[in-house]
Structures are given as C-alpha cells and as structure tokens.
Design a protein around this ligand. Structure first.
Ligand SMILES: [Fe+2]
Length: 378
C-alpha cells in the first residue's frame, strides 16, 4: 500500500508508577502544510489517545495553529469562550490575552513581554491557586509546593457548544525545579510535577472506574450549568484538589449576572461519547455545574448535594497515578480531546519568570455526543 502520510504515532509511556497512558507523540508532521491523509492520522491519534504532542514546532504561526485546531470542526470560527472573556468579573478574565490578528488564539503565561504577535508591553500572570482555592498553601511552603488550580473542560458552558479540541503551544518555558503537588483533601495524596506543568486526566478512565450503579447514573443524568458560570462562581472558592467548589452560598445571585436567556443555559449529558472509539467519558465541569437532571426528570437543585455527587464520581479519576503532567519544552504543541479529558494548570512562577504559551479552541458546531440509546437503557 502506498504511504499516504509521513506522520507516525508513538504512544508515550506512562511515567514510572503511573497508569496515565492516554498520550502519544506524533512525528514527521509538517503542520503548515497538512494533507487530508495527514489529518486523518492526526484525528485518529487524537481520539484514540486523547492527548497528542508535536515536538519542535517553534516556528509554527498562530494562523497554522488555528487552522490545525479548526480541522477537527471545519465550519467553526468563534473562540470557545466567545466574547465573554471581556467580562471583568469572569474568573477567566486575568488569564488570557487575545492575539490581535488571530482572535481565536490566546496568549497565556507569566512575566513581562515587550512584544509578541502584535501584543505590546503586556504582563502575563500564571494563575495561582491562592486566588481561587479556599485554603491555599502557606507562603513559606509555596515555592516548593503547588495544587491543581482548577480541573476543567475548555468551554463557555453558556450559549456556545464546548470546543472539540484545544491546542496549546509552549513558546517560552522557564525550567526550574519540580514541585510537590498536594491534594490537601485528607487523603495525603501528592504528586511530583514539573513547575508549570499542565495536568491531564482521562475522563474515559474516570467513567470506567465507576461502579455499575454509578455508570448507569452517569449515563442517564444531565448536568445543568449555571448561566454565565465564570461570573456566577466568581465569589466562591475551590476545594483544595481543584475539583469543584466549596459550597458556602457565595455564588452570585442571578440578579447580579448579565441578562440570562433561558435557551442559552447548557444542559449536557454527564457522559460524552468518543466519536472514534465509542468509549464514554464522564465529562462534567465540576466548578460550573449547578443542577443535575435525573432520568425521570427530577432536578437536584441543592448545590451542595450536586457538588458532592459530582465530586464523589470524579475524584477517583484524578488519583496521582492517573494524572499525566506535561513536562513542557519550548516548541511543544499539544492538542487534546476536550470532550474526553479534564485538565488543570499547576505551579507558580516568580513575577520575572517569563513563560509564553498560545492556546486555541473554537466553540463546536454542535453539542457533544451523548451515550447511545442502547447504553442509556442498558
Ligand atoms: Fe484550559
């Protein structure tokens, strides 16, 4: 058979003692000039492994990053959060800066940057868990220890559909000593991570770990997200494991949110089906979920109860041996299945440590695939 693509797929072995085997490195890709056959290989690898890495992409243009990201959903052009990032009260607001000539691509990172892709004299700030967690690590332990900042899906979760994939490119990476990541949730769990690592877990594994009863619940229950969730949650604080919020009644009341259009509120299946493998992912944004809609139509409205249920289902899936912390090198381009993994920022940097990343995703053309009717009734 004729060779139709030069791209080869190399599964990345899980780190020592880990079972995080959902990553592959793709070699031989010319990402500025992809053929149909190349993309077929890339798409298959993405949905088979769920996190794919291309090394040595220092020269990749924001345009090419956008075009690659868009190939997964070719009709879309709108950034995954639309324009809601501009909302000053959104918890996402400080973290992202838009590239003027490629508005679907955001610059994130840390430190002062004189000039980058049309952005002049900007200061980037790596999100620090102390701004989001209820009880942060103490100042004297902070340089050597970290937390999962916020486990999430990249999605507006109001009006727009969750992006299918996100691409993340490491442009500048300060290399310093690894950090000890603490869960601080009473389990004693901890994990060594490279400083500034992005942590990933497989939501397919998260689903597979559930009991049969919980799988049935997850297949038949829908997660309802708060309207304007990132503004709604802005007064509340996160659990120490970054997996959802503490319930203290600090969410903004609807009357303090931008106008709410009921048809834009997102009610999504708790399990999302992989379009290539058919596997189900337990895919819930734990800090944005507000209600659960059960199969008989009953709605669980007690926010504390909703969060306890979601946390109980998700927490086994972020166990230390299931986490893949990416050890970023300059020129790395990661593309991940945003419908099948959760991810989190980790780490902290000194104000002068310069780190530049580019992130791109687009609101999807349609909602995520839910479980098949057969699976729901099984
Ligand atoms: Fe993200």
């Amino acid at each position: 058979m004729a060779i139709q693509s030069k791209i080869t797929v190399h599964p990345v072995p899980a780190p020592a003692g880990s079972k995080a085997d959902f990553v592959a490195e793709l070699r031989g890709a010319d990402l500025e000039n992809l053929s149909e056959h190349d993309f077929a290989v890339i798409r298959d690898a993405l949905y088979t492994h769920n996190l794919i890495l291309f090394k040595g992409q220092q020269g990749l243009s924001p345009r090419a990053q956008y075009e690659l990201t868009r190939l997964f959903d070719p009709t879309v052009t709108t950034y995954g959060h639309g324009k809601t990032l501009d909302a000053k009260r959104s918890v996402l607001h400080p973290d992202l800066k838009t590239i003027p000539h490629q508005p679907q691509v955001q610059v994130i990172g840390n430190g002062p940057v004189a000039s980058y892709e049309g952005l002049e004299n900007i200061t980037l700030k790596h999100p620090h868990h102390r701004t989001f967690h209820k009880t942060p690590i103490s100042d004297d332990e902070d340089r050597d220890n970290t937390r999962f900042y916020r486990w999430h899906i990249d999605a507006a979760l109001y009006d727009l559909h969750p992006p299918r994939v996100t691409s993340l490119m490491a442009v500048s990476v300060p290399k310093t000593a690894p950090l000890n990541l603490k869960y601080d949730d009473g389990t004693g769990d901890e994990l060594s991570v490279p400083r500034g690592s992005t942590a990933f877990v497989s939501s397919y594994t998260m689903y597979d770990l559930l009991s049969e009863e919980d799988k049935e619940f997850a297949r038949t229950t829908k997660a309802q997200y708060a309207p304007h969730p990132y503004i709604w949650m802005s007064g509340a604080k996160s659990r120490s494991d970054g997996l959802g919020m503490v319930s203290e009644g600090l969410e903004l009341p609807y009357t303090e949110l931008p106008p709410i259009e009921q048809e834009k509120v997102k009610i999504l299946p708790m399990t999302w089906r992989n379009p290539v493998t058919g596997r189900l992912a337990l895919q819930v944004h734990p800090s944005a979920v507000e209600k659960l809609v059960l199969k008989d139509g009953t709605v669980i409205e007690d926010l504390k109860e909703v969060r306890e249920i979601v946390h109980r289902l998700q927490r086994p899936g972020i166990a230390p041996e299931l986490v893949f912390p990416v050890d970023w090198e300059e020129g790395d381009l990661a593309v991940f299945n945003n419908h099948g993994v959760l991810h989190s920022v980790t780490g902290s940097f000194l104000p002068e440590e310069v780190r530049i990343f580019r992130q791109c995703n687009m609101a999807a053309s349609e909602g995520p695939l839910g479980p098949l009717p057969l699976e729901v009734s099984a």
